[in-house]
Write a protein that binds this ligand. Structure first.
Ligand SMILES: *C/C=C(C)/C=C/C=C(C)/C=C/C1=C(C)CCCC1(C)C
Length: 254
């Protein structure tokens, strides 16, 4: 049974109580499987949808590669792979913003909307990184960076739920409107998992929340929460786009 947890090229063992190592491993496999699924489905879509599904595959594939690195880092260094984590996010979250733009193109979405979303996502992640990597051991600064990051997050929530993106989705209607709605929920609920991980990972907690007693437990729970968030959001997001592509194409053919 333990053989299950030997990764190719790296023969270290994952202890049965190492939930972080376990979720890194399962995460990397899930991301790989999802990538294969999206890439292999590309031929069934016409040009209009192919790019969107391709981007779904790129998001999970980039994550898969980072998960292999993060699993090894966790195993060999025994610390949070903060750097790899944020490199992964800074590549994949802007691509999720691109997805919003791509599905809304039918309604005449402008490239400016894409750059706006990308800009705020980068602000959200860079300030988050400052809070996690640079302000470490300084709860006040972690609070400040977390707050700025949270504001950027809410700008994104606003744009997709009520702003420009919402109006375009209504113009598009049909499968696009439906997909946009689900993606909006992913951003509001699915992405909210991350600030929870951030709070959990901060020594002594944040906002007066003392959730876990010591820094090791804090880092452990943070990584498990981030890993669950990544699986839900990256694979889920991709499947929503895939389903929209299938739905809109079936309608055209019928
Ligand atoms: C695939 C990866 C995704 C969808 C990552 C999303 C990350 C976030 C929405 C992170 C948000 C954060 C805050 C809103 C405040 C605290 C710092 C962050 C970066 C964890």
């Amino acid at each position: 049974m333990n053989n299950l947890f030997y990764a190719i090229g790296d023969v270290s063992k994952i202890a049965t109580d190492d939930y972080v190592g376990f979720t890194f491993f399962v995460g990397s496999m899930a991301m790989m499987a999802a990538s294969a699924f999206f890439f292999l489905s590309l031929n069934q879509f016409d040009k209009k949808w192919r790019t969107s599904v391709l981007v779904s595959g790129l998001i999970t594939f980039i994550a898969a590669v980072h998960y292999f690195y993060m699993r090894d880092y966790w195993d060999q260094v025994g610390e949070s792979p903060t750097f790899f984590r944020y490199v992964d996010w800074v590549l994949t979250v802007p691509l999720m913003c691109v997805e919003f733009f791509l599905i809304l193109r039918v309604a005449g979405a402008k490239v400016g909307l894409m750059w706006k979303l990308i800009f705020w996502s980068v602000v959200m992640l860079v300030t988050g990184y400052f809070g996690e990597a640079i302000a470490i051991g300084n709860p006040t600064m972690q609070w400040v960076w977390g707050l700025i990051s949270g504001i950027a997050y809410f700008v994104i929530v606003y744009i997709v739920w009520f702003g420009e993106a919402k109006k375009l989705a209504e113009t598009a209607g049909g499968a696009v409107l439906k997909a946009h709605k689900v993606l909006c929920w992913f951003v509001l609920v699915g992405w909210a998992i991350y600030p929870l991980g951030y709070i959990l990972g901060t020594e002594g907690g944040l906002f007066g929340l003392q959730l876990v007693s010591d820094i090791d437990a804090a880092q452990m729970s943070m990584n498990v929460v981030y890993n669950i968030g990544d699986a839900v959001n990256k694979i889920g997001f991709g499947l929503v786009v895939y389903a929209a592509a299938v739905a809109s194409q079936t309608k055209v053919e019928a």
